[in-house]
Design a protein around this ligand. Sequence first.
Ligand SMILES: [Fe+2]
Ligand SMILES: [Fe+2]
Length: 246
Amino acid sequence: MALYALGDLHLSFQADKSMDVFGKVWKRHERKIEKYVNQIVGPEDTLVLTGDHSWGRKLAECREDLAFIEDLPGKKILLRGNHDMFWDAKKTERLNEEFQGRLFFLQNNYAVYKDYALVGTKGFTFEGPFYLDRRGRIIGWDEKQEEQAKKLVDREMTRLRESFRQAEEAGYRKFIMFLHYPPTNILEKTSPFTRIAEEYGAAAVVYSHCHGESRFGDSIRGKYRGVEYILVSGDYLNFHPALVLP
Ligand SMILES: [Fe+2]
Ligand SMILES: [Fe+2]
């Protein structure tokens, strides 16, 4: 029994959106997902998929993508990504009713792995635009967009707090925290997300969203202030699920 995570499957069985243009790693990537997840994850394991599941804009356009995820081994837990238009956060309960026993949608609730509560939300982080000097050093950024980002961070923090609160109320004291967005951006050493992870003593923060060599280092990776930070973007892992807990 083990807990695995993988993010950003970006499936498009029904949408006309090929990922091939994003580089070799994305070539027939759905076949890689199928192959490596089946090699690594067993039927007793849990697999958290950290968002950006599907290019479909509504549920009817995601059916085949979600069926593909359902067919993967293990207990599947899904987090919202910025591209998951089919998933209205306020209608998560409805999704959980419809997919009961097949997929679990993690939003304003929590899941369980052994004695750990799996908590999470999409998260958010300001991604620029940043203004650079000739040497590529940051000399400024779009402050209007930064203001807007702060509001989105607040909203996501409310959702994340609710997830932690429910898990704690149910008696859980050990936590793994999942985000779609990285917990910090390239300007930050800490953020509300790293602080809440420390506050609850989360064993790990698992996130994805960062694509391409130049973005993999945008946020924290490895042990930092007592918390393990794990990047699980599909292209970063060449679509091999990462082991979070044995
Ligand atoms: Fe993505
Ligand atoms: Fe994303």
